[in-house]
Design a protein around this ligand. Structure first.
Ligand code: NAP
Length: 295
């Protein structure tokens, strides 16, 4: 077995993502010699110990990260500023501070200025997830064959970036470096807008008068059912993502609204060719995803 990448990995937040990393690190043994976990509630920490996915748990984030050579923020992005403030004074010189947050410019804005000089800040985002949350939701194959995007600010220590890339490779991911603003625009269209649409369509269905709403639930065909799966995601996490990727999300929503209006116009005027063309483009995108093994 290869040498562990880190002596001590501290996971701040232990839901779907954090607990998947912990499970993989436990199973492989070559990611960290020791795993320390912090969460907001003692209940989650007790569960982590029951699951046996950490060596130690700490309710105080500063105690959890003290002495760690890698700290990974795995809480909702809206909590990052307060967490960074709490842990910054005790981060070890030479340590790597990384994260898994779904928005990257906001993380760099909120955490970057608080990072002590000799600590290496390497923001990252694994593109893998489910609609489930909490320490029980994680599993060891979550990141298998998925991308992990690394968005280091200019001037970040190359060795630190390489270590974070290696961590994600050992978790089963492929890695790619990306500029943070580009990341946020790409994620706005591939993830944040689809979630916004799913939450909205479920709200629309829920607003229908009682009789129609019951029929929607009884006869939900795969279209609506797929939206409800996406819409079952954690409200705090998604509130934080929307508020922290505001510009890119609003830009993509504006483009989508224009395109939806164009589709509405085609439906109204019976423009069969337009409708067919759009459906065909959808099918093409699906086929390319299957070919890229990302479906
Ligand atoms: P999750 O399952 O909801 O777990 C969140 C964890 O963060 C819990 O351990 C929670 O503690 C802790 N936490 C919540 N609020 C906190 C606060 N104010 N201070 C400290 N800790 C707090 O979340 P997740 O799905 O793993 O997502 C974690 C991060 O990964 C988010 O930033 C998200 O954007 C990103 N991400 C998510 C996905 C996805 O599909 N889920 C994919 C990629 C990246 P308690 O359990 O004690 O409440």
């Amino acid at each position: 077995m290869a040498e562990p990448l880190f002596r001590r990995l501290a996971l701040v937040g232990i839901g779907l993502i954090g607990s998947s990393v912990a499970r993989i690190a436990r199973e492989r043994g070559d990611i960290a010699a020791e795993i320390v976990v912090n969460a907001r509630t003692q209940k989650s920490l007790d569960r982590v110990m029951e699951l046996g996915i950490a060596d130690r748990v700490e309710l105080d984030p500063a105690r959890a990260v003290a002495g760690a050579d890698c700290v990974m923020l795995c809480a909702p992005v809206g909590a990052f500023a307060a967490l960074a403030e709490a842990i910054a004074p005790v981060l070890s010189p030479g340590a790597i501070l990384t994260d898994v947050g779904s928005t990257k410019q906001s993380v760099i804005r909120d955490v970057g200025p608080l990072v002590p000089e000799r600590v290496h800040f390497v923001p990252a985002h694994p593109l893998a997830g489910t609609e489930h949350s909490g320490p029980d939701a994680g599993f060891t194959t979550l990141f298998q064959g998925r991308w992990a995007l690394i968005t280091p600010p200019p001037g970040t220590d190359e060795a630190a970036i390489a270590k974070v890339e290696e961590l994600w490779r050992r978790c089963g991911s492929m890695t790619r470096r990306m500029e943070p603003a580009h990341h946020d625009r790409v994620l706005a269209i591939v993830s944040h807008l689809p979630h916004l649409i799913a939450f909205t369509i479920c709200g629309t269905a829920d607003d229908l008068e009682a009789e129609s709403r019951q029929a929607v639930l009884n006869f939900a065909a795969s279209g609506f059912r797929d939206f409800t799966r996406i819409a079952a995601s954690d409200p705090v996490m998604w509130r934080d993502i929307f508020l922290n990727n505001r510009e890119a999300l609003l830009e993509m929503l504006a483009r989508f609204t224009e395109d939806a209006q164009a589709m509405a116009r085609a439906v109204r005027w019976g423009d069969a060719a337009y409708i067919e063309d759009k459906v065909e483009r959808g099918r093409k995108i699906r086929r390319s995803l299957i070919e890229l093994k990302q479906a």
